[in-house]
Design a protein around this ligand. Sequence first.
Ligand code: MLT
Length: 243
Amino acid sequence: MNRIEVCFSPGEYHLYERDFDLVVVLDVLRATSAICAAMEYGVGEIIPVATLEEAKNYKAQGHIVAAERGGQIVDGFDMGNSPYSYMDPKLKGKTVVLTTTNGTKAINMAKDKSTVVIGALNNLDAISTWLIEQERDVLVLGSGWKDKFNLEDTICGGAIADLCLASGKFYADSDSTVAAKFLFRSSRDNMFSFLKASSHRRRLRNLNLNEDVKYCLTPNNCKAIPILKNGSLVLLNHAPTSK
Ligand code: MLT
């Protein structure tokens, strides 16, 4: 039997991480949803960097660099964090460097683990099925908002935990995992409306990014599983559903 736990935010990562060597990072609104969309639509690799300083260095070397802070594209960079911007045929096969407020920070926190994969509601079934096949302990890390709990990552973590636990191959020890599962179960029939209460959803609505939110809250619109290899996120599986 393997263990699965949900860690609500990077601020609590130190309390969980020592027991796990496989980490699934989530940032449903919007970094990991955008990364899944990018892989689904053929972007070659994404280099996740935690700071704007690192992003600027890559930009100076001529890379395509995406940078988001507080939901907005940072001035001077090529793009931000909208999943739609990664569906551009011009990006097929290309390398994109990405820095975001919370998501790329969480990915970098976990980078010393032997396996780091990217989850979202968008690849919920694909990532859960793959995790069940691994027969390893799994930590699901929500990116939260500035080290605080957030609703959307917790619900997605609860959905992954629910599917893994239902396989009969996992157990959970922490109340955070039980709470995430219950939140998912209370919201699953009307996630879009339930998540009206999410602070980042309000932030994105104020920035007129409702279409992004709708995309990010749509379960299973992609099959891509991005995995971290030598500091870059690449496609683990090769079963794109979209052109
Ligand atoms: C983040 O990393 O905090 C986000 O993805 C923010 C966003 O662009 O919506």
